[in-house]
Design a protein around this ligand. Structure first.
Ligand code: UDP
Length: 236
């Protein structure tokens, strides 16, 4: 399958149309941004790392019966996926307090949550992706009630699968972001976007060392090394 026209360029990915109108090719870039695009940079080989890391997670989820957009990885940076109409809601799952949750609730980063916490954010760069709840989603008709129920159920299932898989590789899954959409071919709900160190917080289970994009956001150094380490552990 070949790339035809670029139909979208985001912060970390480009999306191309293909000869099949129900499929698109996602190309992962080395570009990195943080704080609503205020911080910009490049992470060497990030495109390759994230394409492979995300494909490993999506293949795992697919095996566990989660509907995902993945068709197959085509080369180092390009992945063929089902074309989705993305629901403009970011679904964040949290197991350990960090980032904006730690700040909002005054919790120390690293505080274990008694149960996983699901949050919704409205995907709108101009508004800075505000925190919303199910009532906002219904009132703004961002998703149908049945779709929302399915998304919530899937998000908790995905969390369980990923937590266990990562624990076996000595990684704590602190939190992560998911995006869902409806397939343009069949209207069904699929997990879309990516699962990578750009969109997750991964901490080494023994040392709590951060192995994710926080190394870039917070200028902690060894950014590429962290992405490489995640890929190595996922393949082990
Ligand atoms: N996240 C993301 N994209 C966003 C916002 C958050 O992938 O636009 C991920 C982030 O990497 C982290 C989780 O969602 O794993 C929770 O992020 P948080 O709300 O703590 O925000 P942050 O501290 O990253 O601003």
């Amino acid at each position: 399958m070949k790339k035809l026209e670029m139909i979208y360029e985001g912060k970390a990915k480009k999306v191309y149309s293909t000869e099949d109108e129900d499929k698109v090719i996602v190309e992962y870039k080395d570009d990195a941004t943080a704080f609503d695009g205020q911080k910009q940079g490049q992470i060497a080989e990030k495109g390759e790392f994230n394409a492979e890391i995300s494909t490993i997670f999506f293949e795992l989820l697919d095996k566990k019966g989660i509907p995902t957009h993945l068709v197959k990885q085509l080369n180092e940076t390009d992945v063929l996926v089902k074309k989705l109409e993305i629901i403009p809601v970011e679904v964040v799952m949290r197991n350990i307090a960090a980032g904006s949750l730690a700040k909002r609730l005054g919790l120390e980063e690293g505080t274990k949550l008694d149960q996983p916490v699901l949050e919704f954010y409205y995907k709108d760069d101009d508004l800075g992706d505000p925190l919303i709840n199910e009532y906002h989603i219904q009132a703004e008709e961002l998703a149908k009630k049945e779709e929302l129920e399915e998304i919530k159920e899937l998000a908790f299932e995905i969390n369980e699968v990923l937590v266990d898989f990562l624990a076996e590789r000595n990684i704590n899954l602190v939190d992560f972001k998911l995006e869902f959409g409806t397939g343009v071919a069949d209207g069904k709900i699929y997990l879309g976007d990516e699962i990578s160190p750009d969109t997750c917080r991964f901490w080494d289970s023994d040392t709590q060392k951060k192995l994710d994009k926080d190394r870039f956001r917070r200028d902690l150094g060894e950014v590429e090394g962290a992405y490489q380490e995640i890929l190595k552990r996922l393949k082990s």
